[in-house]
Design a protein around this ligand. Structure first.
Ligand code: GLP
Length: 246
């Protein structure tokens, strides 16, 4: 595992964008794993700038998002479909049919989850996976629990995640209680993982992921066992790391 610490969230995001851009320059048909939440927004803004500058081309790329809420329409202002359209997809030349987001409205959600993992396999696997981290250490929507779930699956959101995500909705009651998320196996199968964390409210989760035991109670802790994982942090998120230890 490697860690880079930047002065600002914008720099951490820009670093992630540069790595994604380099991947696309080297291999234009790359498969990118996308994340939502407020953390990756600076990375997407930087990617859009690199695209507008003519440095990066998405025309042969494929993307798979980590997760989606269950039971809200794709056009809902808080859906991850809509988020990705607004933050990235509508600004770059990624083909619409190559931009995948889990279907939170499928009639058979378990079948949709299995099909999503299969689509990733069929595309050749994820080359670079972007991740944020929840305050409770979740990645995607893999919540603290007794096990690491391997494949894409339906998740019950924890009160802590509902509380954290209510800021995007009109009220806590409107936050969906379920989501569909890539599993830990699906994430760990990515060839390279970039976890972006910014702000002091992520410092404890980052510390536990980097220095604590590997446990499903802190799902991000398993990332330490991945052979190519890079944490891109700002000073706030890194504030509980011991420089010598980390
Ligand atoms: C959400 C998403 C995660 C994201 C996390 C942190 O619940 N499912 O993929 O990493 O919350 O969000 P934020 O970046 O807004 O803090």
């Amino acid at each position: 595992m490697q860690i880079r610490i930047y002065d600002t969230p914008a720099q951490a995001g820009e670093a992630a964008a540069l790595i994604l851009a380099a991947q696309l320059i080297r291999r234009p048909d790359s498969v990118l794993g996308m994340a939502t939440g407020s953390t990756p927004i600076p990375a997407y803004q930087a990617l859009c700038r690199l695209y507008e500058a003519g440095l990066v081309d998405f025309s042969r790329a494929t993307s798979f998002n980590l997760d989606e809420y269950i039971g809200i329409p794709e056009a809902h202002p808080c859906s991850y479909h809509r988020f990705m359209q607004e933050q990235l997809f509508s600004h770059v030349n990624l083909r619409p049919e190559a931009a995948h987001v889990p279907d939170g409205n499928a009639a058979d959600l378990d079948a949709a989850a299995r099909a999503y993992d299969e689509a990733i396999r069929a595309a050749g696997g994820i080359d670079v996976q972007i991740l944020g981290i929840g305050r409770n250490g979740h990645i995607g929507f893999n919540e603290p629990g007794d096990e690491f779930v391997y494949g894409c699956h339906v998740v019950q959101l924890t009160p802590s995640t509902i509380e954290a995500n209510k800021r995007f909705f009109d009220s806590e009651a409107e936050v969906p209680r379920q989501a569909i998320s890539l599993g830990i196996g699906s994430i760990m199968n990515a060839r390279q993982i970039l976890l972006i964390a910014t702000g002091e409210d992520k410092a404890q989760a980052v510390r536990d992921a980097v220095c604590g035991e590997v446990t499903p109670q802190l799902q991000a802790s398993i990332l330490r066992t991945h052979r190519d994982v890079l944490f891109l942090l700002d000073r706030g998120a890194a504030s509980l790391l011991d420089r010598k230890g980390a």
